[in-house]
Design a protein. Structure first.
Ligand SMILES: Cc1ncc(COP(=O)(O)O)c(C=O)c1O
Length: 428
């Protein structure tokens, strides 16, 4: 809590801010550590730091997308329209094109624009969908480990609700289950005690794994039986490496207990061009519309118009499929460089990514990860992310992101070599 130097003390803020959210989150802690002035204070040259910290992609967005923005900006009428409010559910044309995109690329059947609601980002929509599906105090289930940002999202959206973890990573063997039998039993018992929602990113952050069809189907059935919801967070959906997961074609038309959360951030390299959407039964999208009236009012019209134009053109000339295939191959190759470098230089246990931007490794000899990351950064100029914050199974582990280095494979190798040299203390 920041206090002024005045004699009169500053009035209290909400309990949420002063208590639940007080202090730095694990990710904020490490981002502070990685700030330029801190790097300089450590005696390092910021230009020589290799970061495996960033949770983002770095490929170029397709030229057709840039052209779509250009066409809007260059046409006086379109540009004027891009400055208008859209409906609360978002630009109809964009929702229509997103339904076409989901059908053509992934085989999602039957989606209508009314099953799609646009939002600012999946971060905003995640917060809001929790408020639509749950009451404050309802427990929410997550895989262990899971995306670290969910922690504060639950605190903000549902005061008093608790995160309940469903085991997915076996921290002794570093095997990714989640086991269709025992993990589903845990889910069942959590739902029987009142949990309403189970959230799974596919592919996952931080593990880049995709649970088996059996596990995902089993989870959905448990939630269907108990009147709950399965939320699949599809932030990394277009970045899958092997065979496409069957859940990518699931449709809320015949699965009303399914809600899928989407974003342009990763696949379109549009982290700063904020646009996300939700696909769900109309009862859910209508509920979200009520909430978004006061939270958002209008999703971004410019990004919606550009996305719609881009999808229409590239689905027509079939270049969208090629763009997605090229992009996911780029990250698959980058992931392979990361895994080979870990194997060659460190010999650590690691998870082989099935998509997405990350891998996870246990710290050597189970060292506490914040101190380990600090020690590695000071001595090698290489930044890793401590696992704390991603769930109990990552308490003695680190997350490594290869996403920002998709065009910098040599830096991935160099980063691993630097850590290997430092840890083995050999002259390299
Ligand atoms: C699993 C997951 N969901 C959502 C997001 C955030 O997406 P957006 O940029 O749409 O807010 C991230 C970002 O790293 C993520 O890892």
């Amino acid at each position: 809590m920041v206090r002024t130097g005045n004699k009169k003390s500053f009035p209290h803020l909400s309990n949420l801010v002063e208590e639940s959210l007080c202090g730095l989150s694990p990710i904020q802690t490490i981002m502070k550590m990685a700030e330029e002035r801190n790097i300089v204070k450590m005696g390092l040259n910021p230009e020589e730091v290799i970061s495996f910290g960033g949770g983002w992609c770095n490929h170029h967005a397709p030229e057709n997308l840039r052209n779509a923005y250009k066409e809007i900006v260059e046409n006086k009428t379109y540009f004027h329209k891009s400055g208008r409010y859209s409906t609360i559910a978002g630009d109809y044309n964009c929702r229509e094109q997103l339904a076409r995109f989901e059908k053509n690329i992934y085989g999602v059947k039957g989606l209508q624009p009314s099953n799609i609601i646009l939002g600012h980002s999946s971060t905003q929509l995640f917060h809001d969908i929790l408020r639509v599906l749950c009451n404050a105090g309802d427990d929410i289930c997550f895989l262990d480990p899971t995306y670290a940002n969910y922690v504060n999202a639950v605190k903000c959206a549902l005061p008093g609700s608790k995160m309940r973890f469903i085991p997915a990573l076996e921290s002794n063997t570093w095997e990714y289950l989640p086991d269709p039998d025992s993990s589903l039993e845990v889910l069942k018992s959590r739902c029987d005690k009142g949990a309403r929602v189970f959230v799974i990113p596919v592919p996952d952050n931080p593990t880049s794994q995709i649970p088996t069809d059996e596990f995902l189907k089993g989870s959905l059935e448990i939630l269907e039986d108990r009147g709950g919801f399965l939320i699949l967070d599809c932030a990394y959906k277009s970045l899958w490496f092997g065979k496409m997961s069957r859940c990518f074609s699931w449709s809320s038309i015949d699965m009303p207990n399914l809600v899928t959360l989407h974003s342009n951030s990763k696949w379109l390299s549009g982290l700063g061009r904020r646009l996300g959407w939700i696909e769900a039964d109309v009862n859910v999208t209508s509920g979200l519309e009520k909430l978004n009236e006061s939270v958002l009012l209008s999703p971004d019209t410019m990004h919606s118009m550009a996305t719609a134009r881009f999808l229409e053109k590239t689905l027509e000339d079939r270049s969208l499929k090629s763009f997605i295939d090229e992009t996911r191959r780029l990250y698959e190759k980058t992931a392979a460089v990361m895994i080979d470098s870990i194997d060659d230089c460190l010999g650590w246990n690691r998870l082989k990514p099935q998509g997405g931007l990350y891998t996870c490794c246990p710290t050597p000899e189970g060292e506490e990860p914040v101190g380990f990351v600090e020690r590695v950064l000071k001595n090698t100029g290489v930044l890793l992310i401590p696992g704390r914050g991603f769930g109990p199974s990552m308490e003695q582990a680190v997350r490594l992101s290869y996403g920002p280095l998709c065009y910098g494979h040599e830096l991935i190798k160099e980063g691993m070599e630097r850590i290997g040299c430092f840890l083995s203390k050999s002259k390299c």
